[in-house]
Design a protein around this ligand. Structure first.
Ligand SMILES: Cc1cc2nc3c(=O)[nH]c(=O)nc-3n(C[C@H](O)[C@H](O)[C@H](O)COP(=O)(O)O)c2cc1C
Length: 180
């Protein structure tokens, strides 16, 4: 029997964090092993209990928690992963990834993994167009990360612009294609 593929989903603090719930549910239903990591800010948008229930696994947010079974957990998670997907990826987290900063579970796992990394940005259109973001996107693409570009759509501020998270089906297809 094929080994169950291990998918790590890193959820950061954007308004579209709730859409990651649907993604996690679909992946778990398809039989993948799904481990959800959350930034501290992501927990303002969705409760870890939701992801825990949908994935059937504990959510990792605090790297320093004694409840976390693996030690050091970010390395164990990074090594176990067949793919790491940051969805949604905030401007803040993308900037950290571009600079190689490691101050939370998501940035540490992305740096520590040898698995494929998919980044799904979602933010205000002006943030997405900012030269700093353009530079950061170029950098992370240069690291070999796959970027699933946001689409034009309704943004948290109510206006329509380029920064809306790509469709969950698009992200799902990209994950499955990368796992082949
Ligand atoms: C209501 C609200 C919605 C937000 N939505 C986004 C977003 O969609 N994208 C983004 O890049 N930042 C967004 N932010 C700002 C981030 O939450 C903030 O930059 C945070 O520091 C991100 O932290 P993290 O990347 O560690 O999760 C939002 C903030 C608030 C208050």
């Amino acid at each position: 029997m094929n080994k169950k593929k291990e998918i790590v989903i890193g959820v950061t603090g954007g308004i579209s964090a709730y859409k990651a719930c649907e993604l996690v549910r679909s992946l778990a239903r398809k039989g993948y092993g799904v481990t959800v990591l959350m930034s501290a800010e992501a927990k303002h948008f969705v409760g870890p209990l939701t992801f825990r229930t949908l994935s059937g696994r504990p959510v990792i947010s605090d790297m320093f928690s004694e409840d976390v079974a693996w030690n050091p957990c970010h390395v164990a998670v990074a090594e176990k992963a067949d793919i790491v997907v940051v969805v949604p990826a905030t401007a803040h987290t993308i900037a950290k990834l571009a600079q190689g900063q490691c101050d939370d579970i998501i940035s540490c796992v992305v740096m520590a993994t040898k698995a494929k990394v998919i980044v799904c940005p979602a933010m205000n259109d002006n943030m997405y167009a900012h030269p700093a973001m353009r530079e950061n996107m170029k950098k992370i693409a240069g690291f070999g990360y796959t970027i699933i570009e946001p689409i034009k759509g309704e943004l948290a501020c109510g206006k329509v612009g380029l920064g809306h998270l790509a469709g969950i089906n698009t992200i799902l297809k990209a994950i499955e294609k990368s796992l082949k």
